[in-house]
Every structure is written in C-alpha cells, then in structure tokens.
Design a protein around this ligand. Sequence first.
Ligand SMILES: NC(=O)c1ccc[n+]([C@@H]2O[C@H](COP(=O)([O-])OP(=O)(O)OC[C@H]3O[C@@H](n4cnc5c(N)ncnc54)[C@H](O)[C@@H]3O)[C@@H](O)[C@H]2O)c1
Length: 336
Amino acid sequence: MECCIVSALWYFIPLYLLIHLLFFVRGDSDFTLMWASLVGHRPENKLKGLVVWVTGASSGIGEELAYQLAKCGSRLILSARREDELKRVKRHCLEHSDLQDEDILVLPLDLMERMSHEEKTKTAIQYFGHIDILINNGGRSQRSLFLEASIDVYQALMELNFLGTVSITKQVLPYMTQRGIGSIVTVSSVAGLAGVPLATGYSASKHALQGFFNSLRTELSEYPKVFISTVCPGPVQSQIVHNAFTDELNKPVAVPGDQEYKMPTSRCVHLMLVGIANGVQEMWIAQQPFLLFNYAWQYTPTFAWFLTKMLGRKRVRNFKAGLDADSAYFTKTKTS
Ligand SMILES: NC(=O)c1ccc[n+]([C@@H]2O[C@H](COP(=O)([O-])OP(=O)(O)OC[C@H]3O[C@@H](n4cnc5c(N)ncnc54)[C@H](O)[C@@H]3O)[C@@H](O)[C@H]2O)c1
C-alpha cells in the first residue's frame, strides 16, 4: 500500500509542477487570479445587480469595464470629464445588455477638481441609494525624460493619479464602512511595482497608490467585508499613450506608436472582473514577458535590475532618436 502511494506521488508531483510551469509561462495573470479564474466565482454571478462606479469610463480600460459590467447586469455610474463620450458609452451598454436607461447614471467628473468630489458622490448615493464597488480607473501616463520634463508635469501626475483617486475614495469609503460592505478597486500598474524609464512621475504616482491602498487595507481590518483591491496591468490596448503627459503640460505625445502588441482590453477587463468577483487583493495582469518581469521584481530583484537597465537603455535611446519607445521592447523599432 505504502509502495503504491509513493509511486503515485512520483507521477503526481512532476505532473503538478509541470502544470504550474505551463501556467507560469503561458499565463497572463498571477497565480491567485489564475486560480480564481479556474475555480472561483464567475463575474456574471457575483456582480449582477451591484452598483459599480467607474472613473475614466470614456475610453480604454474604463470603457470596456462599462461594457462587460453591463453584460454582467451591474448598475453603473460612469464618470470622466467628457459627458458626450460617457453618453456614447452608455448607449452602447444599453444596446448590448438587458440594462434599462435608469440603470446607468452618467456623472461627469474631473478627478483633479477635488472640491467637486463630495457633491458628485452625494449625487451618486442619492440616485442608487448606495455604491457597492468603486473602480478608481481614471488616470494618465507619461512619456518624457526627467531631465527634460517640467515640474508641473509631476504635480499634475500626482494630483490626478494619486490625489484624485484618494479624494474620491475619501468620499465613498464612509458610506461603505457605515454599511459594513463594499469594494474599492484601484487600477495601479506594473509601474506601481517596478520602475519604468520615461515614466518617472507616472511610476511614482502608481507606487504612491500601492503604498496608500496597502496601508488602508490593513487599517480597515475591522471591516472584513470592505475590500481593497489593486490591479497592476502590464501594457494594454487603450488611449493611454495618446493621452500621456510629455515634458510640458498640454504638449501631445509626438509618436504614440501602435498598440497591437499589447494585451487586448477585453482580456484585461475580464481578468479584473474575475478578481473583483473573488475579492483578490492584488492582481497582476500582463502578457509575457511582463508577467515574468513582475515575478522577477518580487523574488529576484538583482536579476530584475539587470533586465531593467538593459531594456531601459534601449527604450531611452529610441525615445531620444524620436522613435516609438514602447514597441522597441518587442519588435524592430517603429516610427509610427
Ligand atoms: N493601458 C495600459 O497599458 C495601462 C497599463 C497599466 C495601468 N493602466 C491604467 O489604467 C487606467 C485606465 O487607462 P487606459 O489605459 O484605459 O487609458 P485611457 O487614456 O484610454 O483612459 C483613461 C481614462 O481616464 C480619464 N481621465 C483622464 N484624466 C482625467 C481627469 N482629470 N478626470 C477624470 N477622468 C480622467 C480619461 O478621460 C479616460 O476615460 C489608468 O489609471 C492607467 O494608468 C493602463
């Protein structure tokens, strides 16, 4: 009998390790999220009927969040600065889901206008009665060298990505602690875990978010049903490069480059919703080699530094030559 168990283990353990290795190499999310997507709750079962507030809902990840949440049957509050774009997203949601007009509130909001956040939150609460999930998604990236960029750009990045997010959270969280239930989900980035050349201010703002929400999660331990989640995507198809800050405020990115090599927005958002449905606290969502890079940062930082310097040098050189800095990681450098 003992002999049978030992020989079964001889087969089982390598098979188990092989499955893990395959997921590791082929996967596009961390182990916890991967596990949740295999055996966890389905978003369509868990998120139906919940009230979800999405900031930055007018394009990219936020727009796709609106579409997939609408299909799950969540009731939505859609926020960004441009009302016409939000109305377009709302129309699309209504055309492709069973939601009714009254299930979606368009609530224009500028994350940088912090004085307005209390009133906006009251409007949302008055409309739906409560908020189940706040998804802090709105934000902008950066494409400029620190030596060339104005300090105003750094101020704007912190005001928008960090303080804007903290400000909305400050307004919404008391309603959740009062009810004893709710989720605050914040879209951070791989740049919130590791350093990224040409994005020193962006990376700093996302590191700030990581530090803030990791601390807040611990502070809220007496509210076991109030969840704090951070999402760390690698490159995802969206308008993020077009909308990035450069070395001066209001100066557009010269060479946004193509987005094709990045993770499809729908895949990223699907994994996010799986993570939200299963209360995953930190989600790493990235195609390879970015996912491996995250693991390297976590477990072998010296090796990660070596990689960062090698790839970073290439990225900076391409940028200085006026080429698209991003696609340089993957293909021959592209000029448009
Ligand atoms: N796309 C990626 O590769 C990637 C990777 C990691 C993290 N992220 C993060 O994902 C989030 C969404 O970005 P995206 O990729 O969809 O880019 P995007 O540019 O397509 O969307 C950004 C959204 O934020 C909104 N926004 C910008 N400034 C705002 C302001 N002052 N007030 C209110 N809303 C504002 C925009 O209107 C838009 O709706 C961001 O927080 C970004 O940092 C993106």
